[in-house]
Design a binder for this molecule. Sequence first.
Ligand code: FNR
Length: 191
Amino acid sequence: MARIVLVSGSLRRHSVNSAALATIRGILDRYDGEFHITEIRVADLPHYDEDLDVGPGPAAVSAARELLIASDAAIISTPSYNGAMTGTLKNALDWLSRPWKASSLSGKPVALLTASPGRYGGADAQPDTRRVLERCGAVLIDHARVAIGNAEFLVGRDGTITEPSVVAELQGLVEATVAAVRGRHRLPVAA
Ligand code: FNR
């Protein structure tokens, strides 16, 4: 079974980014069990410290690295904090990018979205986040930009988003991710 890891850049209980990922999880569930969905919780990772980054490192770090390495793709949703990803997400990417030359993100297809209560949906965090992901070795999945604005008005009681236009955007991101995952699993055509 193909594996997809979800990562929210926000620790907030009522995070709109986590709500967007919960919505994505619901969309992926409709693929008849084709995907096993897991989550890396950035709050579980300590502050990056090179002194701690020896051998397998802290248990939460090695678990996150193993989860990512075993996955076929990751979907990351982050707020913009002053025009960049959150510090906690950057901290997680720093852990996942090590050891040097053995990044867990190396060659990993990654879809990126942002969400915020602001009208621009945290879009200004996307360029830097993409640049950092690429520096860590990730391969950004080609999909239309998703930046969900006014997001706190879109989350329902069940913690997901049902607004049709946003669901359609998330559906497009999921379809691009599914195509990337299926492409990785496709066997080479015999000559
Ligand atoms: C923000 N927020 C914010 N929003 C935005 O659209 N552009 C920005 O530059 C910032 N900067 C910023 C900095 C800091 C330190 C905080 C705490 C917040 C608002 C932010 O988007 C809002 O808190 C979102 O709700 C965060 O997303 P979650 O937690 O709901 O997923």
